[in-house]
Design a protein around this ligand. Structure first.
Ligand SMILES: Nc1ncnc2c1ncn2[C@@H]1O[C@H](COP(=O)(O)OP(=O)(O)O)[C@@H](O)[C@H]1O
Ligand SMILES: [Mg+2]
Length: 222
């Protein structure tokens, strides 16, 4: 199974959620690789995902971009250009022998990868896959998730699974957003990752439920 992890923006919890899923897969004996094909501003995510995975992939990221700016711009600064076919070929190659591959995209759904492409094009090229949208359980998420899902429908991508993750600094909306997203008819949130470490017990419980849903299970009765 391939799971592409897409964000409603940057700093929304994509790496945290990917780590939690990878830890849970590893704990349950599933051969999993969590990948970050494109990373700007360092290799922190690729390293964290590698540590959480049962499989180690090198080189990761495929495109290590030094400047902490949009991937298309960071690549341009170093005289490079991000190629989606090259990412797809890399993901296919390093996924051999792996049962579950998690692919964390850089930035948000519509963050540019080049002058002509965004993460949405990468998602389309990585299909068939399950797509997990991660958004933060904080103020602003009602707008950001509405905008993401409008774009999603316009792009005719297959329906994703949506989760929220608790921000490092909760605000008065934290804890209300999942219910509001459903009440307002925007999206049904499959799970909310609690505050804490991605490998702690509360995160593992949520990760296990999300993996069950991604594998085609129906939502747990609450
Ligand atoms: N459920 C959570 N509990 C605690 N901290 C979280 C949680 N989700 C995200 N964070 C923190 O929020 C920040 C942004 O999350 P991160 O996963 O790095 O976002 P992204 O990968 O989308 O840029 C990080 O400092 C991360 O540790
Ligand atoms: Mg990240």
């Amino acid at each position: 199974m391939r799971v592409v992890i897409v964000g409603s923006g940057t700093g929304v919890g994509k790496t945290h959620v990917a780590q939690a899923l990878a830890h849970e897969l590893r704990r349950t004996g599933v051969r999993c690789a969590a990948l970050k094909p494109v990373e700007s501003g360092g290799r922190e995510d690729a390293v964290a995902l590698g540590q959480a995975s049962a499989f180690h992939v090198k080189p990761s990221p495929l495109y290590p971009l030094a400047r902490p700016v949009s991937p298309h711009l960071a690549a341009r600064f170093q005289g490079d250009e991000i190629s989606i076919p090259r990412i797809v070929e890399w993901v296919n190659r390093v996924s051999q022998g792996v049962e579950v591959t998690l692919v964390e995209t850089a930035g948000g759904l519509l963050s540019p990868l080049s002058a002509r492409t965004t993460n949405a094009d990468l998602v389309a090229e990585l299909l068939p896959a399950e797509v997990l949208v991660v958004a933060p359980d904080r103020l602003g998420v009602l707008h950001d998730v509405t905008a993401l899902h409008l774009a999603w429908r316009a792009l005719k991508l297959p329906p994703p699974t949506t989760v929220l993750s608790c921000p490092p600094e909760p605000d008065p909306s934290t804890g209300t957003n999942a219910a509001e997203l459903e009440l307002l008819g925007i999206v049904r949130v499959a799970a909310v990752f609690p505050p804490g470490q991605p490998d702690d017990q509360p995160s593992a419980t949520v990760a296990s439920e999300v993996l069950r849903l991604l594998r085609g299970g129906s939502p747990a009765q609450v």
